[in-house]
Design a protein around this ligand. Structure first.
Ligand code: SF4
Ligand code: SF4
Ligand code: SF4
Length: 383
């Protein structure tokens, strides 16, 4: 099962990007969490939060939300930490719903009980994005330091599905849970829930500025190997073959010499971040996306409209690394502004980790395609 983004949504974002409308926003309500995952870049204890000035009160979020609404925000993602730990979450959610936003919630799922679902079904969110960290409690104990996390999460997913609330699983694969990859896909299939897994982890620069290019993660070669495994699990055989062929065609496609000369080497960041989307963290700092710690503006201090305009202008001054702009692997590489920045500490340099991962990704995909072709021709001969 796959989720394709509706064309209407793509159209809305394109139009919003052209007109500088903040169509989609994220409110990161709290960095507090009842789990303690090894690779987390946001989690803080209640004491740490208080020492840094505390969470933003509900009334202030509602004021900013009203400014966002007037400026054109339609889609709102509530996230954390664990957003259900935010004091006043339910009241805030209901008030935001009344304002007409289409709300999604990011959660680890472990705090969602029958009672939560009964409350939520009164005004259901458009989607609950739940992270599935493993396929058994032992993995949750090892990775998230919660020995019951798996049972709690799957129970919550079932309850939400039964209540008719849309659920999506996200799975961040790390050296601590990679053994569970197939199990995660099996569980998702049993529950008829779409799962989006990723083997690439951004360096946690939001946690610590000095961690650019670092992280408790796979080597680029391992990340590529597991990404191909994910592709095999998420795609049908035909889709995988198509992807492999497209990949081969694209990465071999050299830029014609004159095209390379004519091409503007100053290519702006390519995604919606800072064009039609924004993220406000629990301290009230607004960035283009949740991964990039730069540029930052201050909507609670300067007003949302001014802070958004400043963010758009600052994002417009950022460019992809020049070497990526003319790279012949570009169409198959997942490089983006956030990966360039978190891998190198700047936007101008090539993120070597991503580069190496892409090189291996192409090689492993081609090797896998060759294996598939070989086994299907053997199958034909046997018939
Ligand atoms: S569940 Fe999410 S927010 Fe909580 S510790 Fe794990 S990664 Fe961090
Ligand atoms: S992670 Fe990359 S692609 Fe995603 S929003 Fe941030 S900059 Fe854009
Ligand atoms: S990161 Fe490397 S492979 Fe990817 S586009 Fe840039 S130069 Fe090319």
């Amino acid at each position: 099962m796959r989720i394709l983004e509706p064309r209407m949504l793509q159209y809305l974002h394109r139009k919003a990007g052209r007109d500088k409308i903040p169509l989609s926003g994220t409110f990161e309500l709290s960095p507090c969490c009842n789990m303690d995952c090894r690779m987390c870049y946001v989690r803080k204890t209640r004491e740490e939060v208080e020492a840094q000035g505390g969470e933003i009160p509900m009334e202030s979020w509602l004021e900013i939300a009203e400014e966002c609404r007037k400026a054109g925000m339609l889609f709102l993602l509530l996230t954390g930490g664990e957003p259900f730990l935010y004091k006043g979450f339910r009241e805030l959610y209901m008030e935001l719903s009344k304002m007409g936003f289409l709300i999604s919630i990011n959660t680890n799922g472990t705090m969602i009980t029958e009672e939560t679902v009964n409350w939520l079904r009164q005004v259901p969110p458009i989607r609950v994005n739940m992270t599935l960290y493993g396929a058994e409690n032992e993995t949750y104990r090892r990775l998230c330091r919660n020995p019951n996390g798996f049972d709690q999460t799957v129970h919550a997913a079932k309850l939400l599905k039964e209540a008719g609330i849309s659920v999506k699983f996200n799975a961040s694969m790390t050296p601590y849970n990679i053994e569970d990859l197939e199990g995660i896909y099996e569980i998702a299939e049993d529950l008829n829930i779409y799962v989006q897994a990723a083997a690439y982890m951004f360096p946690p620069m939001r946690r610590d500025e000095s961690l650019s290019g670092q992280g408790d993660r796979f080597s680029p070669e391992e990340a590529a190997r597991y990404q191909v495994k994910i592709d095999k699990l998420r795609l049908t055989m035909d889709e995988f073959k198509k992807r492999a062929e497209t990949m081969k065609a694209n990465h071999l496609e050299d830029l014609a010499e004159e095209e390379e000369w004519e091409r503007d080497m100053r290519e702006p960041l390519g995604c919606r971040a800072g064009k039609s989307a924004f993220w406000i963290n629990w301290k009230g700092e607004m960035s283009a996306c949740g991964i990039m710690p730069y540029p930052i503006t201050y909507p609670f201090r300067d007003g949302f409209v001014d802070a958004w305009q400043m963010l758009v202008e600052k994002t417009r001054e950022l460019y992809m690394p020049p070497a990526c702009v003319k790279c012949r692997r570009r169409k198959v590489c997942h490089v983006c502004g956030a990966s360039a920045y978190t891998e190198t500490g700047t936007f101008g340099k090539v993120p070597q980790y991503v580069c190496e991962m892409t090189e291996h990704l192409i090689r492993f995909t081609e090797e896998e395609l060759a294996v598939q072709i070989q086994s299907s021709s053997e199958g034909l001969q046997l018939q």
